[in-house]
Design a protein around this ligand. Structure first.
Ligand SMILES: C[S@@+](CC[C@H](N)C(=O)[O-])C[C@H]1O[C@@H](n2cnc3c(N)ncnc32)[C@H](O)[C@@H]1O
Length: 193
């Protein structure tokens, strides 16, 4: 099996990649992660999605490609440049709301909001405000994080942070988790209580 053969990349992903060339922004999700997000998104018709860390809209594009016409997505970013880039490519899609706000501020000001799918691709909701974000997940909802497989360039402090995060998720009784040493290293968790 070849993981990337016939992956059917949405054309907007290629436009975003082209736009990102020479910008120095290198934090976009890879295509494997994108395809996984799309598959998971397609399992939740008519549901509400949250993405923390829009970046330039790469993972947003894959999520939207999997979501049905009745699903909605809120995506949160605190950097104006990439927020604008994502909006330029995806802003005409009425299912998605682009928020330019700090992720922690969004989480703390929406304690009663609930989502069926959360992709936490930035610091808040992953390395801090984790309980708060997991609390925003409906029963049966899916929580996804990536970039968990260690790379040589990580400082020890970051390695320790990731190790603590993985251990914490492993020990939560209300989550059913799978760890994938694939792509950049992912955890998929479902809320079971
Ligand atoms: C890993 S990148 C997101 C990539 C994007 N999800 C994708 O796959 O293309 C993380 C993003 O989070 C943003 N960010 C960093 N700190 C943040 C914060 N406190 N609140 C909201 N966004 C933040 C960064 O500007 C960056 O665009």
């Amino acid at each position: 099996m070849n993981d990337v053969a016939n992956i059917r990349t949405p054309s907007v992903v290629e436009f975003i990649e082209a736009d990102l060339k020479n910008t120095g922004f290198a934090m976009s999700s890879d295509r494997l992660t994108g395809s996984l997000l799309r598959t998971l998104a397609s399992s939740k018709p008519g549901r509400s999605f949250l993405e923390l860390g829009t970046g330039a809209g790469m993972s947003t594009a894959w999520l939207l490609d999997g979501m049905d016409a009745h699903s909605t997505l809120v995506t949160v970013e605190n950097d104006l440049t990439v927020h604008e880039m994502a909006k330029r490519h995806l802003g005409t899609d009425g299912r998605v709301e682009f928020l330019l706000v700090d992720g922690e501020e969004f989480i703390r000001s929406n304690p009663n909001r609930r989502f069926d799918f959360i992709f936490a691709d930035t610091w808040p909701g992953k390395f801090y405000c984790l309980d708060e974000v997991l609390g925003m997940l409906n029963p049966g909802g899916i929580y996804v994080i990536d970039e968990l497989s260690p790379v040589d360039t990580w400082p020890t402090e970051h390695l320790n942070k990731v190790t603590r995060l993985v251990r914490y998720l492993e020990t939560q009784d209300d989550l059913c988790i799978t760890k994938l040493s694939w792509a950049t290293g992912l955890i998929i968790a479902t809320k079971i209580k």
